[in-house]
Design a binder for this molecule. Structure first.
Ligand code: 5GP
Ligand code: ZN
Length: 138
């Protein structure tokens, strides 16, 4: 399954060169062209799924297992101090390439992103929290 207009389909298929750090029959893992930190990588399925809603469950499971393995491997090699695994879905959530991918971001004490990979905190009342909780439990 491939989208002919999708840059990540072309990269995953090897039609566009990339800095590949891992590849198997299902995934290609590449260095991000505009990295947040040294070693920022992307897990890209070779098949085209726009986002997590489209991604089959077995692929989601396999992507997370691969993320775990690479987090260990990359942390050992790069000697980073922490690690973010981020996955954006939809423009509102910051997705810019509409082919499912997971960001693997090694973190270093001095990487200049301490105040960036974060969010503002809402102050919700007990009733509001309870309302959301009840809705989501349905
Ligand atoms: P998103 O914002 O969709 O979660 O992440 C897309 C990521 O893909 C960005 O971090 C961006 O730098 C990276 N990216 C976009 N185009 C290319 C490309 O052609 N090659 C590589 N290696 N990374 C890309
Ligand atoms: Zn694609």
């Amino acid at each position: 399954m491939k989208d002919t207009n999708c840059i990540f389909c072309k990269i995953a298929a090897g039609e566009i060169p990339s800095k590949t750090i891992y590849e198997d029959g299902t995934f290609r893992v590449i260095l991000d062209i505009s990295p947040a930190t040294r070693g920022h990588a992307l897990i890209i399925p070779k098949a085209h799924y726009a986002n997590i809603y489209e991604l089959p469950e077995d692929m989601a499971a396999a992507a997370m297992v691969l993320a775990k393995k690479l987090a260990l491997h990359m942390s050992e090699i790069l000697k980073c101090d922490g690690f973010n695994i981020i996955q954006n879905n939809g423009e509102t959530a910051g997705q810019t390439v509409f082919h499912f991918h997971m960001h693997l971001i090694p973190r270093y004490g001095d990487d200049g992103n301490q105040d960036k990979i974060c969010w503002n905190h809402l102050e919700l009342s007990e009733e509001e929290l309870e309302g959301i909780c009840q809705k989501l439990r349905q």
